[in-house]
Design a protein around this ligand. Structure first.
Ligand code: ZN
Length: 352
């Protein structure tokens, strides 16, 4: 399958947290956390439509200013989401500057800030450049099953976790993925072209079966076309498989409620970005600071049945010891099934 979502950790694991997910064939990207984002080009930042912030400790939110600087003067509308109190944090960031030059007639940047006020309510406010970023509250909406964004082919879920303060983890899922049988396209006497993407979009939109799709392609430089009902093309040349899933978890304590929620959110992720701030030998510090050890991260990823684990947010105390953090997580991640049910280091582990 050709993946549609292309995620990448922006800084090395000792750097500020930030994951960029670029979408193939779409002029869009999303960001998880806004630490130091100097390494992301302005061109890429201009594609960002959604930002998902775990919490507003400085190393997760200091990149807001750079994002704002790049987007300013553009006709753009972006969404930025965070935990309870987040709208006020965005408001204060924006009010740190003077906006007397803002006014109608210039390109309008619109920022919709959302916060998970309670675990089942998403509150929202809009800040528009043309109003000097005056806050305008938008209607709040209820959140079911943690789904905060639900588009035709993607959904984003969140869970609220405990980091001494509320901290959000996120997963982004492609609802369905279409593989094209190229040999069957040829067998029908058709050629490949942008019409295949239009066909997929029509299916995702839920267009009626009888909708006529016109295939256009070039045969030795000669333009050709043929028309078929949507249902016939879907049946003949497409195979529907489950889509990609990417999960992002950081700054959480290894407590039974946190672990239970993370495992549920991250279940069957193709790629699981999970913090590994400490080594197990410093588990007491991790516990005090509400962070994970590498072993705990690997353990959670295995129990969530993730396909691949990517560690980040290493404590600077381990500079030069990244291999140890990696090996510790991987040995917990790849443990044999027989050890899955071993006792966990807390008393009410049975509740998980
Ligand atoms: Zn933090």
């Amino acid at each position: 399958m050709t993946p549609l979502m292309h995620p990448k950790l922006i800084n090395n694991p000792f750097g500020d947290p930030c994951v960029l997910v670029d979408f193939l064939h779409e002029k869009r990207a999303v960001l998880f956390d806004l630490g130091d984002i100097a390494a992301i080009s302005s061109r890429t930042l201009l594609r960002v439509t959604h930002v998902f912030v775990s919490h507003t400790h400085m190393d997760h939110f200091i990149g807001f200013d750079r994002l704002l600087r790049v987007l300013l003067g553009r006709e753009k509308h972006i969404h930025i989401t965070g935990p309870a109190g987040f709208i006020e944090h965005v408001e204060h960031k924006l009010y740190a500057y003077s906006w007397n030059l803002a006014g109608s007639g210039t390109a309008d940047l619109s920022i919709d800030a959302h916060e998970l006020a309670e675990e089942d309510t998403l509150m929202s406010a809009r800040f528009r450049f043309n109003t000097g970023f005056q806050r305008k509250d938008l209607p709040s909406r209820s959140v079911k099953d943690g789904i905060i964004f639900d588009e035709a082919n993607y959904r984003v879920r969140t869970v609220q976790l405990d980091h001494h303060i509320p901290c959000l983890a996120y997963s982004v899922e492609e609802k369905q993925h279409f593989n094209v049988w190229r040999n069957k396209v040829s067998a029908m006497g058709l050629g490949v072209g942008p019409w295949l993407r239009e066909l997929k979009e029509a299916i995702i939109r839920g267009d009626p079966d009888e909708t006529i799709i016109t295939a256009r392609w070039c045969d030795n430089g000669i333009p050709r076309e043929a028309s078929y009902p949507l249902h016939e093309l879907r049946q003949e040349i497409l195979r529907v498989i489950s889509g990609q899933k990417i999960t992002y978890v950081t700054d959480v304590g290894y407590t039974p409620p946190n672990v239970k929620k993370i495992i549920s959110l991250a279940q069957n992720s193709d790629l699981f970005f999970i913090e590994s701030a400490f080594l197990e030998e410093d588990a007491d510090i991790a516990k005090r600071k509400m962070h994970l050890t590498a072993r705990q991260a690997g353990d959670i990823a295995r129990r969530a049945n993730a396909r691949r684990l990517v560690q980040f947010h290493f404590s600077p105390r381990y500079e030069g010891r990244a291999v140890e953090l990696h090996e510790e997580a991987m040995s917990a991640f790849t443990k044999e099934q027989s050890t899955v049910n071993r006792p966990l280091p807390w008393r009410d582990a049975e509740s998980l």
